[in-house]
Design a protein around this ligand. Structure first.
Ligand SMILES: Cc1cc2nc3c(=O)[nH]c(=O)nc-3n(C[C@H](O)[C@H](O)[C@H](O)COP(=O)(O)OP(=O)(O)OC[C@H]3O[C@@H](n4cnc5c(N)ncnc54)[C@H](O)[C@@H]3O)c2cc1C
Length: 473
């Protein structure tokens, strides 16, 4: 990744690390180029410059790796060491939209029932709800850490609920049927809404045909959250090394040797928490089992009073629509609008101005009443798509290697809870609930080299479809 700083001290990035092309993430970054990191400088963890012996070596200091390390240490007394290419949270964990939602993957309720049956689907939903409650409780723990800087204490937690909008008439009925099923079978307290309900009570001037409101979801500043969890993990007794990309792994006599530029870690067990940032050729156990796809975000300058009254957005509300290539948005505590959606296909192109313009256009089409918006920041990050649309936590006992990956862009709450589950999978697997997430490894993408051409074709098809809808419907 090449970067520089401009006059307003925002990190300007020309190119982004690309997991399908580069050998490892760059070692020089100490924070992401996201809006979140502008005002909070991270604690810098030392570079690995010696040989460390440990029980479990964890590669990646995002939510997954840090949470796994913290739980292994705290709950099972396992000695573990985290090795991070950059610094904690420089991957997706410090650049996401901050939506803490119950769910992961890309399967609808209907698809889950078809694949796993009603009982398992209901248990999966309980797991999702547990993950949201878990993040809530983690933030409460941060508040108890006296040494923590005050801005981290509540991670800007905002309880405004989540609104899923039907972007087309035919999706309204689907959404409403789904929510009725979930109310009956999963005790879900979501509320089906008409177009009018939304216009009067949630959000005005948006193109929509009804939707569903989930009151239990909340939003956070994801960078503060990952900083806080890194500190909790270190305080639990875990060694964290930063700016130390893993460049090779050798396994001999049941010991993994994890080699970085200036040091190495020797461990009986390896835990891969590199997720979407995993260099495709580095770890054979994950090779071609993740498709890294770019998600991008723009943040506007604070909206004016007239823009705010035009939107009339319920405080703290998070919104997403039902498009195959979704847009997601929310108002930040200082009245800026955060708006995210698809980005480029390769890391090399991630920061081309046309991808920022495409998001601005998406924003103006989604919220047509908003005029004269000014963009303060644009950034991108990788999300990990799995072949069959749901993540896996997997322990290959013969290879003594665990991983958790493939959240398909919905991993804030799930990845943190996955860390707890990974610790359990290692130390007391018999206590794990019987769910599909940890029964099989991630599936390999067949014809993996065609992933990017196929994604380009999908983007082109959706672009044409939207153009036709705009001009002829
Ligand atoms: C733009 C964007 C918006 C998103 N919005 C949301 C949202 O609002 N809500 C939601 O639920 N999810 C969202 N997500 C997804 C969510 O951020 C991720 O699912 C979650 O952060 C995954 O955490 P992780 O720890 O598994 O991975 P990461 O945070 O990506 O951590 C992986 C780490 O591994 C390190 N690494 C990789 N290779 C090596 C190596 N060779 N050596 C050493 N270290 C290595 C990387 O540097 C990285 O820090 C979004 C993602 C993006 C990109």
């Amino acid at each position: 990744m090449h970067s520089s700083r401009n006059a307003i001290n925002v990190l300007v990035v020309d190119e982004m690390y690309d997991p399908l092309i580069d050998n490892s993430p760059p070692s020089h970054l100490t924070k992401p180029d996201s809006f979140w990191a502008n005002d909070y400088d991270p604690f810098i963890y030392p570079t690995l410059e010696r040989t460390v012996n440990t029980d479990i070596a964890i590669i990646g200091a995002g939510y997954t790796g840090l949470s796994a390390a913290m739980h292994l240490r705290r709950e099972y007394g396992v000695d573990c060491t985290v090795i991070e290419a950059c610094q904690p949270g420089v991957g997706s964990s410090g650049r996401n939209g901050g939506f803490v939602l119950p769910g992961t993957g890309r399967l609808s309720n209907e698809q889950c029932v078809e694949r796993f049956g009603e009982k398992t689907t209901a248990e999966m939903y309980q797991e999702y709800q547990r993950s949201v409650d878990f993040v809530d409780a983690l933030i409460d723990q941060l508040a108890l850490q006296k040494s923590q800087q005050t801005s981290i204490v509540d991670c800007a937690r905002t309880r405004g609920g989540y609104l899923k909008l039907a972007h087309h008439q035919q999706h309204t009925q689907q959404l409403h049927q789904q929510v009725k099923y979930m109310q009956k079978n999963h005790g879900e307290n979501a509320q089906p809404l008409t177009q009018k309900d939304i216009e009067s009570n949630y959000l005005s001037g948006v193109q929509q045909f009804g939707g569903v409101y989930y009151p239990n979801a909340f939003s956070v500043n994801p960078w503060l959250l990952v900083q806080g969890i890194a500190k909790l993990t270190q305080n639990a007794g875990v060694q964290i090394f930063g700016n130390s990309p893993v460049i090779d792994i050798k396994t001999k006599d049941s010991t993994h040797e994890i080699i970085t530029r200036y040091g190495k870690v020797k461990a009986k067990t390896l835990l891969l928490a590199s997720n979407a940032y995993t260099p495709n050729h580095q770890f054979s156990i994950l090779q071609n089992r993740i498709f890294p796809v770019i998600s991008s975000i723009i943040v506007t300058k604070p909206l004016s009073t007239s823009q705010l009254s035009l939107l009339n957005m319920k405080p703290g509300l998070m919104v997403m629509d039902t498009r195959p290539l979704k847009y997601y948005y929310r108002l930040l505590p200082d009245n800026r609008l955060l708006f995210g959606g698809r980005g480029a296909v390769t890391g090399k192109k991630a920061y081309l101005p046309r991808y920022q313009s495409a998001l601005v256009q998406g924003l103006l089409q989604t919220l047509p009443g908003l005029k004269n918006i000014e963009i303060d920041q644009f950034w991108s990050g990788w999300v990990a798509i799995s072949f069959d649309d749901y993540p896996r936590l997997y322990f290959d006992k013969a290879k003594q290697c665990l991983y958790s990956a493939g959240y398909c862009g919905a991993g804030l709450a799930f990845s943190l809870y996955a860390g707890k589950r990974l610790a359990q999978l290692y130390a007391e697997p018999e206590a794990m609930p019987d769910l599909p997430f940890w029964q099989t490894p991630l599936k390999k993408f067949p014809l993996a080299m065609l992933r990017r051409p196929a994604l380009n074709a999908l983007y082109f098809k959706e672009h044409c479809k939207q153009w036709l809808q705009r001009h002829f419907s």
